[in-house]
Design a binder for this molecule. Structure first.
Ligand SMILES: [Zn+2]
Length: 347
């Protein structure tokens, strides 16, 4: 799919993010031209307007455009949608008498918007560069192989990557993106399917173990670099009655874990087996921080002692910060966690 160090066939470095779907109206602020899908300029806005679905068209302030799609382009200042600022263009589609609002922008601008949501501001630059390459690779992979809808490539939520426009960008994340411009992780001739998690707790697990999905680059390995994470080791104490309430049962008398090769596979509550992720979801992903823990009972309290945070597959983010502090660069970090990959410049 990717041709040497250049672009793949027809791949443009624009992404479409579905920032709002299935809505009746939204506020738009800025000075912009309005064009139709043939790129003909059909109007303009100055200041703020309400854009709404109208019978047979899209209403912009007092005017109705009999179009299925219009596009707002601002040459100078990013447009605001619902009070949030977005680089690039705003496309509005009419579908079933509702609106879909899409932000079309350069991948590099998207990655700038994403990486501070996915990383800790105080991490060293090489860790942010690692995260930038991960975020860019994820976006390119989704666009090529798994777009969210016919109208856009990615959702702006945890379904894909959290993106809320320009508001979260800062100087060092912009630098991390600029210094890795166009770089993505490849496996063979394609962008790699990448995964990352907060803290592995000492062992990164294989995708084969956790998801029954054998990917050559997502293998088990020892990670000695994430010990600075506050969740490297954790303990949570929960009353039996509290757990019962969360599981929707009357009482809980015993909790046992069934372990796979490196992590808990399922939790057995009073003889009933629950997949570990279902258990974590019910009790709370930020109570039972990872799928690597033991349980003991003390009176009417269960004590959960765990390692790390997240699913444990792919890149350990606190580990990548630890490696960066030891002077490793982002290529070394990515190659440590992802076996057999290359980092290549797409453009
Ligand atoms: Zn780790």
């Amino acid at each position: 799919m990717l041709d040497g160090d250049g672009l793949s066939n027809g791949f443009t470095h624009f992404l479409r993010i579905g920032i709002k779907t299935d809505i009746s109206s939204f506020s738009l602020e800025g000075d912009a031209s309005i064009s139709d899908k043939k790129e003909h300029i059909v109007g303009e806005i100055q200041g703020g307007v309400t854009v709404s679905a109208d019978s047979g068209g899209i209403r912009v302030g007092g005017r109705v455009f009999k179009e299925e799609m219009i596009k707002f382009t601002s040459e100078l200042i990013p447009l605001k949608v619902g009070g949030r600022m977005f680089r690039g263009e705003i496309e509005v589609y009419l579908k079933n008498a509702k609106l879909i609002v899409v932000n079309k922008l350069d991948i590099e601008d998207y990655v700038k918007g994403v990486i501070n949501k996915e990383s800790i501001p105080s991490w060293p630059l090489e860790a942010k560069k690692t995260q930038a390459v991960l975020a860019r690779t994820f976006a390119v992979y989704q666009k090529m192989f798994n777009p969210r809808s016919a109208y856009f490539d990615l959702a702006p939520t945890v379904l894909d990557q959290v993106y809320d426009g320009l508001g979260k960008e800062d100087v060092s994340s912009a630098q991390a993106v600029n210094e890795t411009k166009g770089e993505i992780i490849t496996l063979g001739n394609n962008p790699a399917k990448i995964y990352f998690h907060s803290t592995c707790g000492g062992t990164v697990s294989s995708s084969a173990e956790i998801w029954k999905m054998d990917e050559p680059h997502l293998q088990q390995l020892s990670c000695p670099y994430c010990t600075k994470s506050s969740l490297y080791r954790w303990t949570r104490k929960l009353k039996a009655s509290e757990i019962a309430k969360k599981l929707g049962s009357k009482s809980v008398k015993s909790i046992k874990t069934v372990r796979g090769k490196t992590r808990v596979e399922s939790v057995v509550v009073d003889g009933k087996k629950i997949p570990v992720n279902k258990f974590r979801e019910l009790v709370g992903f930020s109570v039972i921080w990872s799928n690597d823990f033991t349980v003991s009972k003390s009176g009417d309290t269960f004590v959960f002692s765990g390692k790390g945070a997240g699913h444990g597959v792919g890149v350990c983010q606190w580990g990548m910060a630890g490696m960066a502090k030891l002077g490793k660069n982002h290529y070394e970090i990515l190659k440590f966690y992802l076996k057999g990959i290359e980092v290549r410049k797409m453009y």
